[in-house]
Design a binder for this molecule. Structure first.
Ligand code: TMP
Length: 217
């Protein structure tokens, strides 16, 4: 089989089922004889995993949206140079669970960090490097949070007066996130393919496989 490099990213809010589909796609492509690298953000290198721990663990720190953005791009810079580009240069298919669209969606649309600042940092760090193909998993945030168990965590706070407010804040954030992702996809229809994540696992896997095969020619 001829070497075909392709950089594919999976994006979306919580509970969309990205991980299952990444594993299915990676296996299908490997079975076809492609060399596949799966990775994730924040993460993918030892240093980036350390930054991931700062950002995603509860005791990791209280970062401002700008500080988060800079940490994410610090991790992304090494991830791209050390893992993603070398694999693509060897003709491999790289599948990443999240990439720059996550920063635009979470820090930009979610936490209101100005998009022009995110774009300026993106340009300075990655200089136009972006995925060839992006699957945006779209799901009603109520359903997504329910699936990911975060809503249950909110309900377990057991503080009656603040419970509603907490949930509403959470929900407003996740609604902005969803709208942001759909806007990103609308602006770049060549790169972004929106997946209705409410569909069946098999149907979604078939849709993804079809789009990837078209790209691979
Ligand atoms: P996940 O990979 O398990 O979804 O966890 C990563 C979390 O980090 C997720 O809540 C989204 C968040 N995140 C950002 O806020 N900005 C980013 O640029 C990335 C890559 C992730």
């Amino acid at each position: 089989m001829s070497k075909t490099s392709l950089f594919i990213t999976f994006e979306g809010g919580e509970g969309g089922g990205k991980t299952t589909q990444i594993n299915t796609l990676a296996k299908a492509l490997t079975d076809q004889g492609h060399k596949v690298v799966t990775t994730r953000e924040p993460g993918g290198t030892a240093e980036a995993e350390k930054i991931r721990n700062l950002l995603v663990q509860r005791e990791g720190g209280e970062w401002s949206p700008m500080a988060e953005c800079l940490l994410l791009f610090a991790a992304r810079s090494m991830h791209v140079e050390d893992i993603i580009k070398p694999a693509l240069n060897e003709g491999k298919i790289v599948i990443s669970d999240r990439f720059t669209d996550s920063t635009k969606a979470y820090q930009g649309y979610g936490y209101a960090l100005p998009m022009n600042k995110i774009k300026a940092i993106d340009k300075a760090v990655l200089d136009g490097f972006e995925p060839d193909l992006t699957f945006v998993f779209d799901i009603d945030p109520e359903e997504g949070l329910h699936r990911s168990g975060r809503r249950l965590a909110a309900e377990n706070l057991q503080i009656k007066q603040t419970e509603d407010r907490y949930e509403n804040l959470e929900m407003a954030f996740h609604k902005r996130l969803r709208e942001g992702y759909l806007e990103i996809a609308k602006k770049e229809p060549e790169r972004c393919h929106v997946i209705d994540a409410a569909g069946s696992i098999d149907d979604i896997a078939a849709e993804i496989a079809k789009v990837v095969q078209e790209r691979l020619g």
